[in-house]
Ligand binder design. Structure first.
Ligand code: PLP
Length: 478
């Protein structure tokens, strides 16, 4: 494609854009159980208005746009009070959970380096359930991630095992409230004690749970202590674009006090241009996401969030008890929130996801990793409430249908092909043939994904990663 020779009329542009959506999930109907967080049409419309009104303003320079400094400070303050961060707390508005986590890792790394000049490496200790964003941050920032297996029944961090992984290079401990995959809160109190004992930073990843957990607690849910009131917690991430219901591009990273955030901020004077001092990764920053988040938080309010939480709380209880009655399905752990992972017993769990898709539902496949078996994930939305009975009925039918489908063939083949092969020695051509074997011809994916997911599930993690890179390298092509 090239830039059109002549500009098109606005109507034409907008209708073409709309037509591109034809094959997307239709999430506003409430039948999509991942990726979207929906508080309803009115909030969406208000958010868009506020977002667009600040879209072109630039938070790069708070002296030129004091309005954005104020918006950011107010959004951060609301989150600090929501998470009981105390009077001294500070934070930053970021583009999402990954950026918030990235900054918390950078802060820990730079604090460690300042305390140990000449240190040859920096490590962080994190449970297997901590989000992949930590690995990504570690990779970009030259920090060594030390992953520790979690309890195989509760899927909570194994704190004694994490304690055993701490050494003289450890800068940071990580816990989740909740983890994405299984929706459980780690024992943050025990992690806090461990952090205090070794003078380590402790980041609690509340990207998905930080906003909603306090409401689940008020509704009578079992929620372990997880916020800044726990001694030893030094930073937290909380996404507004998840259960804050703001538009995408909205998260906050919080620190117990400004002496920590200093390590997050980047300044550069060794160039000939304007002054650069960036608290976050981005330099130019649209005011849209902050204004959208600020508007949504003011429009929903504490009472509105509690009401939305009640719908998710009730829907989750009913869905959990319904799933527990279906033979062949097993809920992993005891979710503390509205995120549920479900494994299969005696059937191909990825077939269940395909069967549900054929019945008009989107549920998310999660590959197995160490103690966590292959499963499907549900993020339960307020709108899920109206669908619970229909969802469970289709789930029962999907499980019956899945029982009749062959499972394990591609997994068997792949593990024979690749047993004992070192991922780093495989060429792009070999991956190409693997993609063909998996049924991924070109870039289009088949309607049914079970075969591909089973194959990926059977591959060692490093091979999975390589294959995914090859695939995406083909997908984004002109
Ligand atoms: C617990 C947790 N941490 C981090 C992230 C990453 O957030 P983002 O996708 O906004 O970068 C997620 C995303 O779902 C999450 O659930």
């Amino acid at each position: 494609m090239r830039i059109p020779e002549q500009g098109l009329a606005a109507d034409e542009v907008l209708s073409r854009l709309e037509s591109y959506r034809a094959h997307d999930v239709t999430w506003r109907d409430g039948r999509t159980f991942a990726y979207v967080y929906d508080a309803g049409e009115e909030i969406e419309a208000l958010c868009k208005k506020a977002y667009v009104s600040y879209l072109s303003d630039n938070a790069l320079d708070p002296t030129a746009f004091p309005s954005l400094l104020r918006l950011e400070n107010e959004v951060v303050a609301m989150m600090a009070s929501h998470l009981n961060a105390g009077e001294a707390a500070v934070g930053s508005f970021t583009s999402g959970g990954t950026e918030s986590i990235f900054l918390a890792v950078k802060t820990a790394r730079d604090r460690f380096r300042s305390m140990h000049p000449g240190a040859t490496r920096v490590e962080m200790v994190l449970p297997d359930t901590a989000h992949a964003a930590f690995e990504k941050a570690a990779y970009y920032l030259d920090v060594v991630p030390v992953r520790v297996p979690v309890d195989s029944q509760s899927f909570e961090a194994d704190v004694p095992a994490m304690a055993a992984a701490v050494n003289e290079f450890t800068a940071l401990l990580v816990g989740s409230a909740t983890g994405y995959a299984h929706g459980v809160v780690d024992d943050i109190t025990a992690l806090g004690q461990l952090a205090l004992k070794h003078d380590l930073l402790l980041h609690v990843d509340g990207c998905i749970g930080g906003f909603l957990l306090p409401y689940f607690k008020r509704l009578g849910g079992v929620v372990p202590d997880f916020d800044f009131r726990v001694p030893g917690v030094t930073s937290m991430s909380v996404d507004l674009h998840k259960y804050g219901f703001a538009a995408k591009g909205a998260s906050v990273v919080l620190y117990k006090d400004p002496s920590l955030r200093r390590f997050q901020i980047y300044a550069c004077s060794t160039w000939s241009g304007y002054t650069i001092v960036n608290p976050t990764v981005q330099s130019t920053r649209s005011g849209g996401p902050m204004a959208g988040a600020w508007a949504v938080m003011h429009a929903i309010g504490d009472d509105g969030y509690l009401a939305l939480a009640r719908r998710m709380f009730d829907a989750t209880r009913r869905i959990l008890s319904g799933i527990r009655e279906i033979e062949g399905l097993k809920v992993l752990g005891e979710p503390h929130m509205n995120l549920v992972a479900v494994a299969g017993e005696g059937l191909g769990i990825f077939h269940v996801a395909d069967e549900m898709k054929a019945r008009g539902w989107f549920i998310q496949a999660q590959l197995g990793y160490r103690g966590s078996p292959a499963n499907f994930h549900l993020s339960i939305n307020p709108k899920s409430e109206q669908w619970v009975d229909a969802f469970l009925a289709d789930l029962r039918d999907s499980v019956e249908a899945a029982r009749k489908l062959p499972t394990g063939d591609s997994a068997e083949m792949v593990s024979q092909m690749f047993s004992g092969i070192d991922a780093s020695t495989l060429t792009p051509e070999m991956f190409q043939s693997l993609l063909q074997v998996a049924g991924i011809g070109g870039v289009s994916l088949p309607d049914r994904m079970a075969g591909i997911n089973e194959m990926l599930d059977a591959l060692p993690a490093k091979l999975r990663e390589k294959l995914l890179v090859e695939y995406v390298n083909q997908l984004y092509k002109i």
